[in-house]
Write a protein that binds this ligand. Structure first.
Ligand code: NAP
Length: 349
């Protein structure tokens, strides 16, 4: 069965989710929404994604055709033709949208700009795919939380029977996305004065047994986040630095490279590497870990990782669709399928 997927909001995340869904043989994009005519509509037209208006208001729908775009109707029309809707609207408009999805009887997936309380379920592929099987609504956690989940869940699974891990992390956040001219700072470092920041504890919405706190600062860069992470391991863990590196080397969607050997020493080179890989928009779905920045001293593990905020959540949305539709119960199988299809779509297989 092919799952009919609608995408509400065709911005930074929505346009990427649309491509990732279009790449899958068990899914099709039945439509994407924009609030009104703008340059982003051209992308939808070029990709062949049917265009809908975010709203049902007839004058807003008519504005598309007045600007030369074929608009297939409002959100209600899109909802009537899909099995599941991926809400990629700006954060905090979710409650209003969720009511519309529920009224239409359509399953929904929200993004990390919404709170866990909206959906009562959150998702990352490695932490809780199984718990999300068949549910009506979930939230793919933020780019930062997704990054934490990728490297911390395998460590937690290794240490579970010994009492689990305790984590402190400092999130060094990009100030804005590259295409966003409305945010800052542009010449300052801005600490998040809500302590702990929401990022670490958000991981507990998908992996509640990981004890974690976080601090965050925003810095004037647009390309990536960096996390500086300290993990206290329970005694008897049996790991050393090499074993931790080997663990992440065999973890899906984690890319671990030696900074000194590769001369990838900053996020600038990580993003250049991503552009070399050749995915659309120069995306890096993997979490990047500097091998030579990993150090396990006694029971304390230190490491740095970099997050491409615009894209690490994209393949997770595809896996989440399979979870909610109940079409694949095994998260590893879904991850392999998702990633292979995206690679083929980008001509990389
Ligand atoms: N950007 C990131 O780095 C990132 C990473 C992970 C998660 N997220 C989360 O993903 C979500 C989307 O973020 P984004 O960065 O993609 O935002 P974005 O680039 O601003 O795109 C938002 C899209 O939603 C549309 N929209 C505006 N109001 C809407 C409404 N009421 N209902 C439906 N759609 C509406 C916009 O339409 P127009 O184009 O017509 O204005 C735009 O296409 C947020 O929850 C965010 O927190 C973002």
């Amino acid at each position: 069965m092919v799952t009919r997927v609608g995408i509400n909001g065709f911005g930074t995340i929505g346009k990427r989710v649309a491509d990732a869904v279009a790449a899958q043989s068990d899914m099709e994009v039945v439509g994407v929404t924009k609030t009104g005519p703008s340059f982003g509509c051209d992308l939808a037209v070029r990709k062949g994604y049917p265009l809908y208006c975010t709203f049902d208001d007839l004058s807003k729908i008519a504005a598309f055709s007045e600007s030369g775009y074929q608009c297939n109707g409002g959100l209600s029309d899109l909802l009537s033709s899909c099995d599941i809707i991926i809400d990629c609207s700006p954060g905090k408009v979710g409650a209003e949208n969720l009511a519309k999805y529920k009224a239409a009887g359509v399953k929904s997936i929200f993004q990390g700009g919404e709170k866990h309380a909206l959906t009562g379920m959150s998702y990352t592929s490695s932490a809780n795919h199984f718990e999300n099987l068949g549910v009506d609504c979930t939230r793919v956690v933020s780019c930062n939380t997704t990054g934490l989940s990728r490297t911390l869940v395998p460590l937690q699974e290794h240490c579970l029977e010994l009492g689990g891990i305790e984590v402190n992390c400092v999130m060094i956040r990009r100030a804005a996305d590259p295409g966003d001219s409305s945010k800052g700072p542009i010449n300052a470092i801005k600490p998040v004065l809500k302590v702990p920041s929401h990022h670490g504890p958000d991981l507990m919405t998908v992996s509640p047994e990981i004890a974690i706190t976080s601090l965050a600062v925003a810095v004037p860069t647009t390309i990536m986040h960096v996390h500086a992470i300290t993990v206290n391991l329970p005694s008897g863990h049996g790991l050393d630095t090499e074993k931790v590196i080997a663990m992440w080397n065999s973890t899906a969607r984690v890319l671990i490279m030696n900074g000194a050997d590769t001369r990838i020493t900053t996020t600038a080179e990580v993003m250049e590497l991503a552009r070399d890989i050749g995915r659309t928009w120069g995306d890096l779905h993997e979490i990047f870990v500097w091998e030579d920045g990993v150090s396990l001293q006694s029971d304390t593990l230190y490491y740095f990782q970099a997050i491409h905020q615009e894209s690490d959540v994209i393949p997770e949305n595809v896996d989440a669709i399979r979870a909610l539709m109940g079409s694949e119960a095994d998260w590893r199988t879904s991850v392999d399928r998702t990633d292979a299809a995206i690679a083929e779509f980008n001509g990389l297989s």
